[in-house]
Design a protein around this ligand. Structure first.
Ligand code: SIN
Length: 499
């Protein structure tokens, strides 16, 4: 196997978190590795909402933090959340300084809109529903122009290099079918979420929780993996992944109805703007009962294409004109709140290993992420992580590479995805989670140690152990929350590190 020594952070992932970290790591030489060309197969490029931050005169970071804590159902870490919301304005200004073309108000300030469970309008958008792609495009241009950054757009993470003390000292990267060991003083995982483990998802299907699985196998702590957020309005138009119909449509008056046109959540004006988990369960229940679920967005009218260009284009591609026809919707895996336990500066429980963005769990999302906090977290904590990783110096000594895990065959991956949506999806119970574990056992016999199976098992076992309902985790057999909110913290036994 080839080995190279890189004297600076190695960042795995080229989404908003990874590129924010890379830019702020200057002047240290920084290597960014992504499995696909930048802007492809990356959730941040698909984000329709925007960046949540206290930007208006009537708002404040404390109010943003209070809303974040209320949404997170008892599991939000207050310290990390204050760091996040305090960084809000500076982060949006930094993104704008790089060229992110945020919508502006008449006075030239940031135009902000209201989203569900925010007490103030605080979501900075770009061109209606195009925030993710526009912001990421600005960062991609900046990263490509930065002399300290080198980018490999054909590199797949296959393993972490560790020394005898467990310190992470680099990563094994597969390029063009060949494995390369990249030694680096700091490895930053910005590998995205795990939505691709589910048959119904709004995220790129390639996101299979592999960064979390590798961190777990290396001995890092995993926090709250059972908490997956399901978005209530994924468009059910025969596409995989499912295009998102942003919740801003409901903010503009679109309504959720069944096949007979009856409101799914009652006829109150704000009924459809309840927390995302509540709305997702209503959509799921209507479909399970055979009533169907539709987003009637005809109220948007003839400005649809201008106000929501991404949603409009996805509908038209599917042969559906949303100005005339309600959009069929389903609840789909959208965001992983759990992941690699990390602080605001990306530090994990393993020396040399950092995690940021959706693969990390910093505690700011608790059991239920507040809308548009994910782009803020990716950029704000990405910047902090880049600065922290750049301060790490190389240490001498021998390292060892783990055996490379096998891939799942396409039919095995499909079986996994169908199982996860059916048994570990919007509504869970002990019987279904037990069936999911039995399928995981069978798949593991065929592909022992496959990373998507490791990630799926973390989610399923933690969901089975959490005998309560809280935030995005709903147990039909334990519908009440436990009196006290507790985190799940998981670490592999040391023996697993040697596998
Ligand atoms: C949406 O626009 O509905 C999604 C935004 C988010 O997930 O934060």
């Amino acid at each position: 196997m080839n080995r190279i020594e890189h004297d600076g952070p190695l960042i795995v992932g080229g989404g908003l978190a990874g590129l924010s970290a890379a830019l702020e790591a200057a002047p240290r030489r920084t290597l960014v590795v992504t499995p696909a060309p930048l802007l492809q197969a990356c959730s941040s490029a698909w984000a329709q909402g925007g960046v949540a931050a206290a930007l208006s005169a009537s708002d404040a970071p404390e109010l943003h933090a209070a809303d974040t804590e209320a949404a997170g159902a008892g599991l939000v870490e207050a310290g990390a959340t204050r760091v996040l919301t305090d960084d809000g304005r500076a982060t949006v200004e930094w993104l704008a300084s790089l060229g992110a073309p945020f919508d502006r108000d008449a006075a030239g300030g940031f135009a902000v809109s209201l989203e569900a469970a925010h007490s103030k309008p605080r979501v900075a958008r770009v061109g209606g529903d195009g925030a993710g792609r526009a912001i990421l495009s600005a960062l991609v241009a900046a990263a490509r122009a930065a002399p300290h950054i080198e980018i490999w757009e054909d590199g797949r993470l296959r393993g972490l290099l560790q020394d005898g003390a467990g310190r992470v000292r680099g990563a094994v990267i597969e390029r063009d079918g060949r494995l390369v060991e990249v030694l680096a003083p700091a490895v930053v995982l910005a590998t995205g979420g795990a939505g691709g483990l589910f048959a119904q998802t709004t995220t790129p299907a390639a996101l299979l929780g592999e960064g979390m699985a590798l961190a777990y196998r290396a001995g890092a702590e995993i926090l709250d993996p059972e908490f997956v957020q399901f978005h209530p309005t994924a468009m059910d138009v025969g596409l995989d992944p499912m295009p998102l119909a942003t919740e801003a449509l409901r903010g503009e008056g679109a309504r959720l109805v069944d096949g007979e046109g009856r409101f799914l959540l009652g006829d109150g004006a704000d009924a459809d703007l309840q927390p995302r988990d509540v709305v997702a369960r209503a959509v799921h229940a209507a479909r399970a009962a055979g009533r169907g679920a539709y987003l009637d967005a005809r109220v948007i009218g003839w400005d649809f294409a201008r106000e929501f260009p991404a949603v409009f284009a996805a509908c038209m591609r599917a042969g559906l004109d949303p100005r005339e026809t309600p959009i069929p919707v389903a609840a789909a895996a959208h965001y992983h709140m759990g992941g690699i336990a990390a602080g605001p500066d990306g530090q994990t429980t393993l020396e040399g290993l950092f995690a940021v963005g959706e693969c990390a769990a910093t505690g700011v999302h608790g059991a239920n992420r507040l809308a548009s906090n994910s782009l803020l977290e990716a950029a704000a904590f990405g910047r902090r992580t880049g600065r922290a990783a750049a301060r790490v110096r190389a240490v001498p000594g021998a390292v060892s590479a783990p055996a490379t895990a096998p891939d799942l065959a396409p039919d095995e991956l499909e079986r996994l995805r169908r199982t996860m949506s059916a048994e570990a999806g919007v509504v869970r119970d002990a019987a279904g989670l037990g069936r999911a574990l039995a399928v995981l056992d069978e798949l593991e016999a065929a592909a022992p140690g496959a990373l998507p199976l490791v990630a799926a098992r973390l989610i399923v076992e933690a969901a089975l152990a959490r005998r309560e309902s809280r935030g995005g985790h709903w147990r039909a057999d334990f519908p009440a929350p436990a009196p006290q909110a507790r985190h799940t913290r998981l670490r592999a036994r040391i023996a697993a590190m040697a596998e």
